[in-house]
Write a protein that binds this ligand. Structure first.
Ligand SMILES: [Zn+2]
Length: 397
């Protein structure tokens, strides 16, 4: 019997923060985590730690401008120029608070924490975008940007978390997806992780983010339109992502791993030197729609996948882990199908792919690797990670 305890606190400038505690596992289950009662006590004391920083005004909101040339929205967030950039460890805003470092997290310890970004691209206000935007249309940057800290430990990465902790992060993603989806005007909720200073990470502490957009972002809109067309052509009886999953499992040459509820493969037309899609076997709109058994397996397989990625080279591989969820749009949502797109620009131990002319200006990707060869390397990486998995399992508290 597992239960994740969730509790809310408020930071000095009014931002919301949520503590997600590792599941308490009954002694009968033989797992780590102590008793439910102990976890409840621990969970309930954390919101009691007040933010001791001086109450301050929130960062100024940015704006959304309509790009008439493309029909896309652009967030103008000049206030983000002053955001914290690779601070030293003793000034880390994601470490638990100490007397010397009153951080973003008031409690002296935590498992997983989610809070509103101090320098958001979107928010804090939410609302509807105008239905007929044109050149010159500008609105407050409605929406929400949240930070998800995976652990109180400053070093390491998602892949070095234990399985219990990874499961808590999955729970946090699901709970925040549900909560953000319910905010007025939100059209897309996007949990993601940028890992590696090479791709622009500004804090080393292991963390991800969740953006809640007041519109369906361009790439999500392209995926959603293709999904909707396939769904309509199939009379509402099949999904595009489901059909691709079946095709990849039948073909087999690009499969990386197969579980009971999820499978991962390098897509047939991968755009990045490293690209893997992790897909649930059942059509589910978003992380909030997964059941307990699916979340358990997701935590395990996602760790497996990340460890394979890190086993490819002597140094950690930078990546973007992007959760594609169904848009909150009556027309698009029925065809939507949750999946992870894990991509990396790394094409060799010492080389990164840069998005240059063809990709950046034309959106036309050229991949210097073959998806089949990448899949084979990731399958073989399991041997290397087996030792690592044993070594790191449970090491994070
Ligand atoms: Zn830290």
């Amino acid at each position: 019997m597992r239960a994740h305890s969730i509790s809310q606190a408020t930071l000095a400038d009014g931002r919301e923060l949520y503590y997600f505690d590792d599941a308490a596992v009954d002694a009968a289950d033989g797992g780590p985590g102590g008793t439910d009662a102990a976890a409840q006590r621990l969970g309930s004391r954390r919101p009691g730690f007040a933010d001791r920083r001086a109450p301050g005004a929130r960062s100024a909101a940015g704006e959304l401008r309509f790009d008439a040339l493309t029909g896309e929205w652009v967030a103008i967030a000049a206030h983000r120029q002053s955001r914290t950039h690779l601070p030293p460890a003793d000034e880390c805003p994601l470490c638990p608070s100490t007397p010397e470092n009153p951080s973003e997290i008031p409690a002296p310890d935590y498992d997983v924490v989610v809070f509103e970004n101090r320098f958001p691209s979107l928010g804090p206000d939410v609302g509807q975008l105008p239905a007929q935007p044109a050149w010159g249309t500008s609105v407050p940057a409605y929406g929400r940007c949240e930070v998800v800290s995976f652990t109180q430990d400053h070093t390491g990465s998602f892949s070095s978390l234990g399985e219990v902790r990874a499961r808590t992060v999955v729970e946090a993603w699901a709970a925040r997806t549900a909560a953000l989806s319910a905010l007025p005007g939100i059209r897309q909720v996007f949990p993601f992780e940028n890992r590696g200073a090479q791709i622009g990470v500004t804090l080393h502490h292991p963390h991800g983010q969740i953006y809640a957009y007041p519109y369906v972002p361009p790439r999500a809109a392209v995926l959603a339109a293709a999904a909707r067309k396939y769904y309509d052509d199939a009379g509402g009886r099949d999904t595009l992502t489901g059909s691709l999953l079946r095709a990849e499992r039948t073909d087999g040459s690009r499969m990386v791993l197969e579980g009971r509820h999820f499978s991962a493969y390098v897509p047939f037309a991968a755009r990045w030197p490293l690209e893997v899609h992790l897909v649930p076997h059942r059509q589910v709109a978003d992380l909030a729609g997964l059941d307990g058994g699916e979340k358990d397996e997701l935590a395990r397989l996602y760790l497996d996948l990340l460890r394979r990625l890190d086993a490819l080279y002597p140094t950690p591989t930078p990546y973007i882990a992007a959760w594609q969820q169904a848009p909150l749009d009556k027309l698009l949502r029925p065809a939507g199908y949750l999946h992870l797109q894990l991509t990396s620009p790394r094409r060799a131990a010492d080389k990164l792919k840069y998005l240059a002319g063809s990709e950046a200006a034309m959106g036309a990707f050229i991949n210097d690797t073959t998806p089949e060869a990448v899949a084979e390397r990731l399958r073989d990486a399991a041997d290397t990670t087996a030792a690592g998995t044993t070594g790191t399992e449970g090491s994070t508290r």
